[in-house]
Design a protein around this ligand. Structure first.
Ligand SMILES: C[S@@+](CC[C@H](N)C(=O)[O-])C[C@H]1O[C@@H](n2cnc3c(N)ncnc32)[C@H](O)[C@@H]1O
Length: 118
């Protein structure tokens, strides 16, 4: 029907469920897109040391605060990617490598400050 939204067809959507990954004996890896200063990632990584987390953001000062928070808490189960999410996910995140993806309060409007920070 004209104007009706269609589901996105994307192989990245076919990630393994947490249960399947656990069966395979792997640590679960979760991605947060647009993690900002990483408040959520720090809380999750602290509560679930058995999991791995990947934070992705384009804004370096925010990621700097995340790195500081990780060092303060001696958390070693968070990795960081800095750059524009669509191209980074295509290049750096392999299909079926994630248990899930978090996106909280996405910020799709380009701002000069952010563009200049890349
Ligand atoms: C409103 S903030 C929310 C931050 C965090 N998720 C939270 O809930 O506190 C949106 C974040 O998305 C990031 N962002 C926006 N567009 C992005 C893009 N194309 N790739 C990566 N990060 C992006 C911004 O830099 C910003 O840190």
């Amino acid at each position: 029907m004209a104007g009706q939204r269609q589901p996105v067809s994307d192989s990245r959507a076919q990630v393994k469920t947490p249960r399947e990954s656990t069966k395979a004996g792997r640590r679960l890896r979760w991605l947060e897109v647009g993690c900002g200063a990483g408040e959520v990632l720090i809380a999750l990584a602290s509560e679930h040391p058995e999991n791995d987390y990947l934070g992705l953001d384009v804004y370096r000062p925010g990621l700097g605060r995340l790195l500081h928070g990780l060092a303060e808490r001696k958390l070693e189960n968070v990795r960081i990617l800095c750059g524009d999410s669509p191209s980074l996910i295509d290049r750096q995140v392999s299909d079926q490598s994630l248990a899930g993806v978090y996106v909280f309060f996405p910020d799709p409007w380009p701002k000069n400050g952010i563009i200049n920070a890349v």
